[in-house]
Ligand binder design. Structure first.
Ligand code: DGT
Ligand code: CA
Ligand code: CA
Ligand code: ZN
Length: 569
């Protein structure tokens, strides 16, 4: 057993004990032991052979005995009995994003669901919101989470796949046998929805690394296994493909498995034209293997400038790289503010002050407070009077936090007839107005297009929020003619949003590219209802990069002064 496998079993014991509500000291002891073994510079089996397990800080007699049993027999009875004791549904529930051990336990005790279907019914019947410490938010998390777990073979949102891929990388890189490990495939390219997660590892001991990976706690089922590839299904329903290659092959394999297939095909063809051959094992001139130590080398060898992974979709990037005319893509570090945020004045959970401070911590110069407008009652939309009161609070905070700036804005509903949810006299008082569709999604294409275009003719609107309304995996966008919407944005000088929330990513990459070509400015916002969501800006930036955007083309990379001017125009 490798150190990592032992560590995972100990961590799993801690988790199961947590579900069982055992003493926090006991839980902490297992967790600490797991961490210690993960960081151990020596092989645990060797320490065991030399009778030195208890020398490891944080490991006492009791845990040492369990480790000994693991090393001798490959399993541990205590762990097995805990696993048997705890119902499967509870084990599954704690894998639902947004449902912690505590809530899983409470829901289980209250309703005894036997399957995810049962749980879904309980959530749909709105029974969970009545439990202490839970609300409608928990129900939504559960319903979404079950969707995710269920989707099985379907696409996984980037917001789920990326953290999972990064976690696997972090874990496996602790193995001394792992020389290099990187994320590849559509996750690396930043696609909003990914089919499966691809990870490439350079190792001299593929068998051992592959075997360890199959023990990873998130693994539910091993789908296929060979010396060079391990495919598993995780509890979250995503497939993970691990490729095991030699150190020598690593760079070309990583590049190959990053894809896309279409991009690879273009490169192969280009190589051929130059009398070269490229595949996952290397670049060859006749029988001679050319030296490659980085992806940059690959492109250089093909006489191309370096192509960022987000661009590798055969959408003209190879031609651009040939003419050295690739854009310098926007980066998360370029972002200076977030212009679409909800506070506890409507359906957000933080105060304006908390959001502003969190934004300041991220190094932002400004944010906009854009709570919902009055017709969106279920989301606590603000009356005109409330909106004015909120303004007073914002003014006070601006004095306190200067030079940081909070813009007083609103996310105004676009009503069914294309008018906005407040009269112009109210909108003009605000620093910033987002226009968004939140109701009457099922209109025919012409009516919906006219509705949105009409909203964009309003002189006080700055940009269109989540322009197509899609919810990844749950709802396609509304029927709308994006060409016409974009033409209106051009005609009336409006910007379009990339909503960075990983379940939206709306505009999507192709639309971003279309907007870029038309010279439309883009605003990347998290639409956060919670200050921790400010971090989701990252996903919006990836989407912008997939749409070829440079920093200049993104409004919220601009300095405060320039943004103020833009808002006033
Ligand atoms: P996905 O998983 O559907 O979101 O998309 P990818 O791009 O991650 O596709 P995947 O997982 O099937 O394969 C990862 C990469 O490996 C892919 O982008 C290119 C490369 N690759 C895999 N199989 C083939 C193949 O048969 N031909 C070519 N040219 N490339 C392949
Ligand atoms: Ca993939
Ligand atoms: Ca794959
Ligand atoms: Zn919003």
């Amino acid at each position: 057993m490798t150190n990592l496998e032992v560590a995972w079993v100990l961590e799993d014991i801690a988790r199961l004990l947590e579900i069982k509500e055992e003493s926090v000291f006991k839980i902490r002891a297992y967790r600490k032991a797991g961490k210690a073994i993960q960081r151990l510079p020596e092989e645990i089996s060797r320490l065991y052979a030399e009778n030195r397990l208890e020398d490891i800080p944080g490991i006492g007699k009791n845990i040492a005995a369990k480790i000994a049993e693991l090393i001798e027999t490959g399993s541990c009875r205590y762990h097995e009995s805990l696993r048997e004791e705890i119902p499967d549904i509870l084990k599954e529930m704690v894998h639902i994003p947004g449902v912690g051990v505590k809530s899983a336990r409470l829901i289980y005790n209250s309703f005894q669901p036997e399957s995810l279907e049962d749980l879904q019914r309980v959530a749909k019947d709105r029974k969970i919101r009545n439990l202490p410490g839970m609300g409608a938010k928990t129900e939504i998390a559960i319903l979404r989470g079950i969707d995710l777990l269920r989707r099985g073979s379907g696409a996984t949102p980037l917001g789920v796949a990326m953290p999972l891929a990064q976690e696997i990388v972090k874990y496996l890189s602790a193995m001394p046998e792992v020389i290099r490990i990187e994320v590849a495939g559509s996750v690396r390219r930043g696609k909003a929805e990914v089919g499966d997660i691809d990870i490439v590892i350079a190792t001299g001991e593929p068998g051992k690394v592959g075997e360890t990976f199959t023990k990873y706690p998130q693994v539910k089922e091993v789908l296929a296994r060979s010396e060079t590839k391990v495919s598993v299904l995780t509890w979250l329903g995503s497939q993970v493909d691990l490729r095991l290659v030699t150190e020598e092959e690593f760079v070309t394999a990583w590049h190959y498995f990053t894809g896309s297939r279409e991009h690879n095909a273009r490169l192969r063809q280009r190589a051929k034209e130059q009398g070269l051959k490229i595949n996952e094992y290397g670049i060859f001139k006749g029988k001679q293997k050319l030296p490659v130590t980085s992806e940059e080398d690959i492109y250089r060898t093909l006489n191309l400038s370096y192509i960022m992974p987000e661009l590798r979709e055969d959408r003209g990037e190879v031609e651009a790289a040939q003419g050295d005319s690739l854009p310098r893509l926007v980066e998360t570090e370029d972002i200076k503010g977030d212009l679409h945020l909800h506070t506890n004045w409507s359906d957000g959970i933080n105060t304006i002050r908390e959001l502003a401070l969190a934004a300041k911590d991220r190094g932002y110069q400004y944010i906009a407070v854009t709570d919902h407008s009055r017709s969106l009652r279920i989301a606590g939309g603000l009356s005109i009077e409330m909106l004015r009161k909120q303004r007073e609070e914002i003014d006070r905070l601006n004095e306190e936090l200067a030079p940081f700036r909070i813009f007083a804005g609103v996310e105004a509903d676009i009503l069914a007839d294309g008018t906005l949810d407040y009269p112009d006299a109210v909108l003009r008082e605000l620093d910033l107005v987002i226009a968004s569709v939140h109701s009457n999604f099922r209109m025919d294409r012409k009516t919906m297009t006219d509705r949105i275009v009409k909203a964009l003719t309003n002189p006080w609107v700055h940009f269109l929020g989540h322009p197509t309304g899609r919810l990844i995996g749950r709802r396609p966008g509304y029927e709308v003619d994006m060409e016409a919407v974009m033409q209106a944005a051009v005609d009336y000088g409006k910007a379009l949003e990339i909503n960075a929330s990983p379940d939206r990513l709306d505009l999507r990459d192709e639309h971003v590219r279309m907007a870029k070509e038309k010279g439309i400015s883009i605003v990347i916002n998290t639409d956060g209802h919670d200050k921790v969501k400010l971090a989701e800006m990252y996903y919006g930036v990836i989407t912008a990069r997939r749409g070829w955007l440079t920093a200049d083309e993104v409004v919220n990379t601009w300095d405060l002064e320039k943004v103020e001017q833009w808002l006033k125009k």
